[in-house]
Write a protein that binds this ligand. Structure first.
Ligand code: HEM
Length: 427
């Protein structure tokens, strides 16, 4: 890494320690990463759902975010998702606009219309039920290996030893990536999504990020060449792309964008659902007891964990023309932020939304995977990974006990954990 950059973090807004109902409504900034780091977001979103469900906040004076609308109720989020011709995914699905010096497009998640559909169609078969059935035994074998290697009787970090290791293994399997280099996938994913502040925390700069992503492109370009014309029993992402019409004339940065989409899409999200589930069960011992006495609840519990965690807190859209949303006038070009994390706690749609219930009815009725044309392409893969993990965990351990404070990531996009100290207790 190069020398530490001259980066000064923005001053705290002070929202994290405040009473959400005492902050003037127009000053509430739901994208404040401190709210996520300190897990104090809930009161703010509850207030917005009640008092200002489509909420305007202008962040242009503080950061390069600019003004944006926050959509916080379930039904309004679904409305935005259902109308892609009004609410575009271009140029990006995060609040800041793309960096003009490194215009990496995040693959087909930030495309609209037929171009999106053509690109998605190429890689979708990789996460089809048929292909996943073939891959499940490999994934299970890797889960078992990780669980059998855990240090019983010692405190260790679940995020590093299990969540990252497993997700990286799953991704390496899906890309058929060289096994010994698999941690590079984690590095590239972390680099691609890090804010300037997080880069500074790693001791890295924007140039380091660019260098890492160029290495990613180089490695994958070689894999692409090796797999052109290749046939294999089970399909991997690179083989699917290298042999498709839609990707034939791809610019290098477009290829990189799609790779990053697939790596980030599968990495942070699944990783944080794995950690979030352990914490949720520890904080809700009655549910842990239910699980111990009925393992057939695992698939339903997996849905509930994904709702509860909401690993991607939001997706952004951009208004294509003047329109109205929840009684507010939206102008062409306005940023619209769909807060899944809030929609998932909307009591007007989800009963007892603030409770973690592993036997919840309609547990699939959550927004964590989005909705409509961009609905998460890896949802089945993520659900399978979590199901296999919990099946194997419950065979070995009576309890995965959280024994210290969870350290949360300082980001309002990737909602997750940096550390989770645990001890495992065999039956
Ligand atoms: C618990 C785990 C996961 C969560 C919560 C999650 C969440 C999401 C969300 C919210 C979206 C955007 C949906 C929208 O705009 O309506 C998305 C899209 C996507 N996800 Fe996931 N994801 C997860 C796992 C995965 C995995 C394992 C992969 C594959 C390796 C993956 C690949 C993708 C792709 C390619 C898209 C873009 C789809 C499109 O634009 O058509 N995701 N995901």
């Amino acid at each position: 890494m190069t020398d530490s950059p001259a980066y000064t973090p923005p001053p705290s807004k002070g929202q994290a320690g405040a009473d959400p109902y005492s902050v003037p409504l127009d000053q509430i900034d739901p994208s404040d990463p401190e709210l996520f780091e300190t897990d104090t977001l809930w009161g703010y979103f509850e207030r917005l759902r009640k008092e200002d469900p489509v909420h305007y906040y202008d962040a242009s004076e503080e950061e390069d975010f600019g003004p944006f609308w926050s959509v916080t109720k379930y039904d309004d989020i679904v409305y935005v998702e259902k109308n892609p011709e009004l609410f575009s995914s271009e140029p990006t699905i995060v609040i800041p606009d793309p960096d003009p010096n490194f215009p990496l497009q995040a693959g087909f998640i930030s495309m609209d219309g037929p171009r999106h559909d053509a690109h998605r169609k190429v890689v979708q078969p990789v996460s089809s039920p048929r292909n996943l059935t073939k891959l499940e035994p490999v994934i299970r074998e890797r889960v078992i290996e990780i669980l059998e290697g855990l240090p019983v009787g010692e405190t260790f970090d679940w995020v590093d030893r299990v969540s990252i290791e497993l997700t990286t293994g799953m991704l390496a399997t899906m890309f058929d990536f060289p096994w010994d280099d698999r941690r590079k996938l984690t590095l590239w994913s972390d680099m691609a999504t890090a804010s300037d502040e997080q880069l500074a925390d790693f001791g890295a700069t924007r140039e380091d990020r660019e260098k890492a992503l160029r290495e990613c492109l180089e490695v994958f370009s070689k894999l692409w060449k090796d797999r052109e014309g290749a046939e294999s029993d089970s399909l991997d992402f690179v083989t699917a792309m290298a042999n498709s019409e839609a990707y034939r004339d791809l610019e290098p940065l477009e290829y990189l964008g799609t790779l990053i989409l697939l790596i980030v899409g599968g990495n942070d999200t699944t990783r944080n659902s794995i950690s979030g589930g352990v914490l949720a069960l520890n904080e809700n011992q009655k549910e842990y007891e239910k699980l111990r006495s009925d393992l057939s609840l695992i698939p339903n519990m997996v849905n509930e964990i994904i709702r509860w965690q909401t690993p991607l807190a939001y997706m952004r859209r951009t208004a294509t023309r003047d329109t109205e949303l929840g009684g507010k006038s939206i102008k062409q070009g306005d940023r619209i932020v769909m807060w899944y994390v809030s929609g998932n706690r909307d009591e007007s749609v989800i009963e007892r939304a603030n409770e973690f219930l592993i036997d919840r009815e309609n547990s699939k009725q959550h927004l964590s995977f989005g909705w409509g044309v961009h609905f998460c392409m890896g949802s089945r893969l993520a659900e399978m990974q979590l199901r296999v993990l919990w099946e194997e965990v419950m065979k070995r351990f009576r309890e995965v006990e959280v024994v210290g404070d969870a350290v949360r990531v300082k980001s309002s996009f990737v909602k997750g954990f940096a550390e989770l100290p645990v001890r495992v207790h065999p039956w």
